[in-house]
Design a protein. Structure first.
Length: 151
């Protein structure tokens, strides 16, 4: 028995990938774990790579990966330069600037500890996962079909 080309094509409901993204977002925020966020990021990238397409919205995923890399880099840089004093082993020290009394607890520069880097990495990985989840949903769902199902 031969199946038609249309029957073989995997068609998902237009809202499927958006509901998938919202579900992953809830899991990401409830777990609050860097390991979960890295796993979700890898899963989102793998899913997009498994369903290639030549559509314009699919091509935007490359830019989203670049945006996620930029967001990760900036968050790590801000985590090193601007921060609050955290305990831990001092890895290196950068020159510091004394801020006015209005900004109590915040400092520019100073000791960069392992705890400070771990905290910045954790927050950066959550941000990257958030960007990649919604970029994958945007790349995999057809906006024309999405508008057709709206009342």
């Amino acid at each position: 028995m031969r199946t038609s080309r249309r029957a073989r094509k995997e068609n998902f409901h237009p809202l499927f990938f958006w509901l998938w993204a919202i579900t992953l977002l809830v899991i990401l925020l409830v777990s609050n774990s860097a390991l979960v966020s890295l796993s979700i990021s890898a899963g989102a990238i793998a899913l997009v790579l498994m369903k290639p397409s030549n559509t314009y919205w699919y091509q935007s995923f490359r830019w989203s990966i670049r945006l996620a890399a930029l967001a990760f880099t900036l968050r790590m840089a801000f985590g090193v330069i601007i921060g609050v004093p955290m305990p831990g082993r001092v890895l290196f020290t950068i020159p510091g600037i004394t801020l006015p009394d209005l900004f109590v607890g915040i400092r520019l520069g100073g000791d960069v500890t392992s705890q400070r880097l771990i905290s910045a990495f954790h927050e950066a990985s959550l941000l990257v996962a958030l960007i990649l989840i919604f970029a994958a949903a945007s790349a995999l769902s057809n906006p024309h079909e999405f508008l057709r199902v709206l009342p």
